[in-house]
Design a protein around this ligand. Structure first.
Ligand SMILES: [Mn+2]
Length: 349
């Protein structure tokens, strides 16, 4: 019995010594235990130094010398500033200058924002494929910047413009946007959004989830219902890992149609599941427009969808080629003009 107690005490003593060692180690950064000097002045300096070191190890991230020392905490799971359903209208004429005045003050050049009071879990690049839609972009920026700020997203806006007047290739622009964004910052989440899609509820979070996310569940144009089950377009979010796993978008969908169903196929083949917000929260208002110039329906595209399973491994991020023609940094966005190398003699009939 006594032997047992002794063993326990010995173990306890050993544990205490270990704790003391760890404490001393963390306090000084090394295992040096020195005696305070005898000289009064030196003694004071010694204790000042100890105090300084104490703060350094006990509170990493504290700005030394600042009286209001604060450490930024991770942003809360549910952000406090969301308001829910939003009133959205596109009748007001919104110029870029006006939008800059309205929402630009807290942005950094390039349409860049970080919540000032907490650390976001994800770094999000928002990619908008673009050509000839300046008016839509103004509406989009006016509504989306404040929403993303309220969602406490660490984000930047990338407008990826197709250079020249050749046949449009939206999916290739999105791949290029992904690649260009990653050159600038260590993004871990990518939201691909049409320029004419504005959410009607700020609880629809622009971030990534365990499965690729389809955010545009209900669009006013389709009476707020899914037109078909496997639709995966309008606004989608994929983590870097998810996007790499499916080899990004196809580069070979020229003209209108098909590219969103192709990525839907890729996700179903490689990842199996997608996620969507609640149908009331996932509502969007689309800006009405006529068909764009040089983006006619390509009647060949639907046939390509049967081929996704055979082609996706060699057609995508790993076969992407384009030329950056221009990069402009506005307060509200980064504008990258990209030559997507339109094949000569492309036949859309
Ligand atoms: Mn549209």
């Amino acid at each position: 019995m006594l032997q047992k107690l002794f063993k326990l005490l010995a173990f306890y003593f050993f544990l205490c010594m270990l704790c003391l060692l760890v404490f001393l180690y963390s306090k000084n950064g090394s295992l040096q235990i020195s005696e305070p000097p005898d000289d009064e002045q030196k003694k004071e300096q010694y204790f000042d130094k100890v105090a300084e070191n104490f703060w350094r190890t006990e509170a990493p991230g504290v700005r030394l010398g600042s009286t209001a020392a604060e450490v930024l905490q991770p942003c809360p799971e549910t952000t406090p500033d969301l308001v829910g359903p939003l009133h959205v209208e596109f009748e007001t004429n919104r110029t870029l200058d006006w939008v800059r005045e309205q929402v630009g003050s807290v942005l950094q050049l390039g349409g860049r924002y970080k919540p000032p009071d907490c650390v976001s879990k994800q770094k999000v690049a928002i990619i908008i494929p673009f050509r000839y839609r300046d008016e839509h972009l103004n509406h989009w920026l006016y509504y989306l910047h404040p929403i993303l700020m309220r969602q406490q997203v660490d984000y930047s806006i990338y407008v990826i413009n197709q250079y020249g007047h050749g046949v449009f290739n939206k999916a290739k622009l999105m791949n290029a946007g992904y690649a260009e964004a990653l050159k600038e910052y260590d993004y871990d989440c990518f939201v691909f959004s049409d320029v004419d899609m504005v959410p009607l509820d700020d609880r629809n979070l622009y971030r990534c989830f365990d499965s690729p996310r389809h955010l545009a569940v209900g669009v006013d144009k389709f009476n707020f219902t899914l037109p078909y089950k496997n639709i995966f377009g309008g606004v989608i979010a994929l983590s870097k890992e998810q996007f790499l796993k499916i080899n990004g978008f196809s580069n070979t969908y020229w003209g209108w149609g098909g590219e969103d169903d192709d990525i839907s196929n890729r996700v179903r083949i490689r990842i199996k599941s997608i996620s969507r917000p609640d149908s009331l929260i996932g509502r969007y208002k689309m800006i009405h427009h006529d068909r764009d110039l040089h983006n006619d329906v390509n009647p060949h595209n639907p046939y390509k969808l049967h081929e996704t399973i055979k082609t996706f491994k060699r057609d995508g991020l790993n076969s992407l080629n384009y030329t950056v023609k221009d990069i402009k940094r506005d307060k509200l966005f980064t504008f990258i003009s990209v030559d997507v190398h339109v094949p000569s003699g492309l036949n859309l009939k």
